[in-house]
Design a protein around this ligand. Structure first.
Ligand SMILES: C[S@@+](CC[C@H](N)C(=O)[O-])C[C@H]1O[C@@H](n2cnc3c(N)ncnc32)[C@H](O)[C@@H]1O
Length: 280
């Protein structure tokens, strides 16, 4: 579905009853943009967001490795920074779906409650940024909260990136409901892991001791999991590897407390380089 101005493709907006008015044409995926990683980094340099260059590289590498017919789903797109990376890396025939209600709430750090106008500004920026990067036709945007978007996305999800609402309840719901759609061998990436309290508690109560996702590691606060069945010993090792990240989590919470208390200069004592920047 392409907007009359040609700036956005495949947008599924929520109607008044909350159901999608239309999904994309059902095609499994579009053509590759052919852009390099460095060119893509330059393309997102001016796009607001919290994804670091290292995290962009991880998204790029995991998207690039997908086979035709696979599907990428991003929960939480904001102004398109990570969606542009995923769409630019996706090989031909890989579908890219971005789920974000752009309703103004849960936009980012310390922005839990916002306004509809802020959400609409995010949506306008998202569409313009994707068009500028040449990937508007490559991304289907489902403009719904993730809790209501399940039916708008068919089939398995080989690469799931969760970066939506960071409060415990919604973050846990995204991991449980959407994570269940990642097939064995698929990848789950979660932003603000071991950094946001809500996201970390959600991980603690789902994936730490669970037997379905192996913890691969993290780039900053972007945690990577691979879907694979884990037996007893492997499961215990998996929990321990995640538990080993808890000191880093405690450090991030301390950094945030200091920044919120306007004592940002003290964060250097914890190895945090820029007191003006929230850890992510
Ligand atoms: C941290 S930002 C995402 C940043 C984005 N991944 C990037 O790299 O630029 C969080 C986004 O989640 C969206 N969001 C909030 N609640 C949501 C929900 N229930 N389902 C999906 N997205 C949600 C917000 O509108 C916001 O745009």
């Amino acid at each position: 579905m392409t907007a009359p101005d040609g700036t956005s493709a495949g947008t599924s907006d929520g109607t008044s009853d909350g159901s999608p008015t239309g999904t994309s044409d059902g095609a499994p995926g579009g053509a590759s943009t052919g852009a390099s990683f460095d060119a893509t980094l330059r393309a997102v340099a001016g796009v607001e967001g919290w994804m670091t260059d290292g995290q962009a590289r991880r998204l790029w590498d995991r998207a690039r490795a997908l086979a035709p017919g696979s599907r990428i789903v991003e929960i939480g797109s904001y102004r398109g920074r990570s969606a542009i990376v995923l769409a630019s890396a996706a090989p031909p025939g890989v579908a890219v779906v971005a789920i974000d209600p752009h309703a103004g709430n849960d936009r980012g750090p310390r922005q839990i409650t916002g306004t509809a106008a802020e959400g609409q500004a995010d949506n306008d920026a998202f569409r313009a940024n994707l068009a500028r990067a040449g990937v508007a036709g490559r991304v289907e945007h489902v403009r719904l909260p993730s809790t209501e978007a399940g039916d708008a996305v068919p089939g398995p999800i080989e690469l799931l990136y969760i970066d939506g609402a960071h409060r415990f309840g919604p973050a846990r719901d995204d991991i449980v409901r959407w994570g269940a759609r990642v097939p064995v061998g698929g990848t789950l990436l979660v932003h603000d892991a071991f950094s946001s309290i809500g996201v970390t508690l959600a991980l603690l109560t789902t994936l730490f001791a669970g037997g379905r996702f192996r913890y691969v590691g993290r780039v900053g606060s972007m945690a990577e999991y691979r879907r694979e069945p884990l037996g007893g010993v492997a499961r215990a090792g998996n929990a321990l590897r995640q538990a080993a990240e808890l000191p880093w989590f405690a450090r991030n919470v301390a950094v945030k407390v200091l920044i919120a208390a306007r004592l940002g200069r003290l964060t250097r004592l914890l190895g945090h380089r820029d007191p003006a920047v929230w850890p992510h």
